[in-house]
Design a protein around this ligand. Structure first.
Ligand SMILES: [Zn+2]
Length: 162
């Protein structure tokens, strides 16, 4: 049986997933993208536990690019997305790789390359939470302010469904 390796995308650091049955790997570009304190804390904990930060193999990046062109995802994949996919592809020849990501385009290309993936958001926490203000009177939605510009009622903050 091959050793298990979790290749963790930016969204993977939000999740409280248990990676203790395998090795954890990410790429430098992902580390640069970790901004919020929860993910940063999680990153630090995993780093202490042996998380490896590596650069992807160039040949694998080319294969990822070709796969992304064939699936039609190439225009929405960032350099970071390409890097994490390339790292997963590179390690797949030697290990049982599980790519941890919430990104649909990455998942799509991973499936095309035969890379197993796992969704990170188990508790419904999304990477980008967008809020809007809704009037408690007329239901008008505004981006900012303290009262409704139409009817003058109070505003309530709510999460935008995406
Ligand atoms: Zn109103």
């Amino acid at each position: 049986m091959k050793d298990k390796v979790y290749v963790i995308d930016t969204s993977g650091f939000i999740a409280q997933l248990d990676f203790r049955d395998g090795t954890t790997v990410t790429v430098s570009a992902v580390v640069d993208e970790i901004m919020d304190s929860t993910s940063r804390l999680r990153f630090d904990l995993l780093k202490d536990a042996g998380l490896r930060v590596e650069l992807p193999d160039g040949a694998c990046r080319e294969k990822v690019r070709s796969a992304a062109i064939s699936t039609g995802d190439v225009s929405v994949l960032s350099v970071t997305d390409m890097d994490i996919l390339a790292k997963a592809l590179e390690l797949k020849s030697e290990f049982e790789v599980i790519l941890v990501t919430d990104d649909y385009a990455i998942q799509n290309v991973a499936a095309n390359l035969g890379i197993e993936y796992k969704t990170a958001a188990t508790s419904g926490i999304r990477k980008n939470v967008v809020w809007e203000l809704k009037c408690t009177g007329c239901g008008n939605v505004v981006k900012s302010g303290i009262e409704c510009p139409i009817c003058g009622s109070g505003l309530r903050r709510r999460r935008v469904k995406r």
